[in-house]
Design a protein. Structure first.
Length: 515
């Protein structure tokens, strides 16, 4: 029964087939975009002069049909036309984000965003919702997301120009490094997977590779220009966010929190998900026989969920039962697999709205348990409340990311390439340890080496990190009870090798930095 596999086991089973995002930033990137909206507000309007027609063909993503009319973005000065190249480029960013989130939640939380990664956007059988709650297709969502990315991108860049922000030498070096990295990927992109020495290897020029990955209008000149714009846009966003934060009075922040505690509080709980598996017909099996076998299998999953629920009397029995079900799974870590500290919105998106309401209800006490059933989707979640809604303190850290993913497709590199990346990360850590081991020295190395575009111009800095914000391994390292300022270590995640420098425990509650 697939429902009894651990998250780690499911992930390992499917890893080679997975296209992961990043971006960093599963939930993290979406947070930045939400913050961005608050910063700039509604000063930008999108003016659609007509409709874009997309021709999305399978996984190759040779999706681009024809731009039938003109799209313009207004509200930040004179109208600015969106080129085909821009649309192709930002469409791929939007597509990778949607695809990554679907994979991330499926393998880590056994829940679904509604997007089927085995199908192209136009062939999706489920719909989704826009920001206003309207039901839309995934093609429409990707179109909307693409326009939103372009909108914010151009808005921030224009404001950066108005403020007189300029690229530094470090910024230029980072852009050169990104281009060089793509050039190296292009050389290996067409390499044959055959072990035969007679098999000829095919290499791509950078421009040919960019056309293959993004679309026919993308080339090095366009990409270099876009990267420069993106760096300046990020500079503006960072400065504006800091300016706004500095302008808040503590009393105002406390009042906002008091009026909406459920938005900013965390709840700690354990959860274990049971999920049915759709069976396929065996040889000579009739439809009636298959249906009967499916019904029996579904009933067994439901029984297992109820048995688990009935066996749980406290946190210790919950953990013991989870371990028992995963006794054949190597390196099963029950805390990593079943214990969570989340904001209310995160519980909703990860598990269910009903679970979020229950966990944040004032009548739900530590030690309470509940079984949430979604028989339509064949999913049962046993939840145990561990700690009532509360505040979590934040930390600040710097990191250097050496990515183990293709920066364009977000696919994992080969084992040989990953080994080289590990050596590179180890060399950087060695370089740091052979120096004065200061935060400034680490920041300088981050500006030089990191492959995380979100922190490449600020010394790898991430301030006010809250529990659960970062990927699990990064999070666990930062929030280790024994962590102290100046600690440095290399941590492996799905994104690659992170060399992390722990700056400090902020001594502030999450809401203090979130509001």
């Amino acid at each position: 029964m697939a429902n009894e596999k651990s998250k780690a086991e499911q992930y390992r089973d499917e890893r080679k087939a997975r296209i992961a995002k990043s971006a960093k930033k599963n939930a993290h990137s979406m947070e930045k975009r939400n913050t961005a909206k608050k910063v700039v507000g509604k000063v930008i309007s999108i003016v659609l002069c007509a409709v874009i027609v997309l021709g999305i063909v399978g996984f190759s993503l040779n999706y681009y049909g024809a731009l039938q009319r003109v799209i313009k973005i207004g509200g930040v000065g004179s109208d600015q036309p969106v080129t085909i190249a821009e649309y192709e480029y930002f469409y791929m960013r939007a597509y990778n984000q949607v695809r990554y989130q679907a994979q991330y939640y499926q393998y880590y939380y056994q829940t679904s965003t509604g997007y089927d990664t085995s199908l192209s956007p136009e062939d999706q059988t489920q719909t989704t919702k826009d920001a206003e709650g309207n039901e839309i297709t995934w093609v429409e969502k990707l179109h909307n997301d693409t326009l939103e990315l372009i909108q914010l991108h151009k808005a921030y860049y224009n404001e950066a120009v108005k403020m007189g922000l300029k690229l530094t030498k470090a910024d230029e070096a980072f852009i050169d490094k990104q281009i060089d990295s793509l050039r190296d990927e292009a050389k290996n992109a067409g390499s044959s997977s055959s072990s035969s020495s007679d098999e000829k290897k095919v290499t791509y020029s950078l421009n040919a590779y960019l056309r293959k990955v993004y679309g026919g209008s993308i080339n090095e000149r366009f990409l270099r220009k876009e990267l420069k714009i993106q760096v300046l846009a990020q500079k503006y966003l960072t400065q504006k966010t800091n300016d706004i934060a500095a302008g808040y009075d503590q009393a105002e922040i406390d009042k906002v929190y008091k009026d909406a505690t459920s938005t900013y509080d965390f709840v700690t709980f354990r959860a274990y998900t049971f999920k049915t598996t759709e069976l396929t017909a065996e040889d000579n099996e009739t439809d009636a026989q298959l249906k009967a076998r499916q019904t029996k299998a579904d009933a067994e999953v439901k029984k297992n969920a109820n048995d688990f629920y009935n066996a749980v009397t406290n946190e210790a029995t919950f953990a013991a039962k989870a371990k028992e079900l995963n006794k054949d799974t190597a390196d099963y870590n029950v805390d990593e697999e079943t214990k969570y500290s989340m904001l209310q919105d995160s519980v909703k998106s990860t598990f269910s709205e009903d679970a979020a309401k229950w966990l944040f209800d004032s009548s739900t006490k530590a030690g309470s348990k509940k079984l949430f059933s979604d028989e339509t989707n064949g999913k049962y979640i046993v939840v145990l409340a561990v700690k009532a809604p509360h505040q979590e303190q934040t930390v600040t850290a710097r990191h250097i990311l050496i990515s183990t993913q293709d920066q364009s497709t977000q696919q994992d590199l080969s084992d040989e390439e990953i080994a080289k990346k590990k050596t590179q990360a180890e060399d950087i850590l060695k370089e740091f340890n052979e120096g004065d081991k200061s935060e400034d020295s680490f920041a300088a190395l981050a500006n030089e080496y990191t492959e995380d575009s979100g922190s490449s111009s600020n010394g790898g800095l991430y301030e006010h990190i809250y529990p659960g914000q970062m990927v699990a391994e990064f999070n666990d390292w930062c929030f280790d009870a024994n962590r102290k300022a100046g600690d440095v270590e290399m941590v492996k995640t799905d994104y690659g090798y992170h060399i992390i420098y722990f700056v400090a425990k902020d001594g502030k509650d999450y809401y203090d930095s979130a509001i």
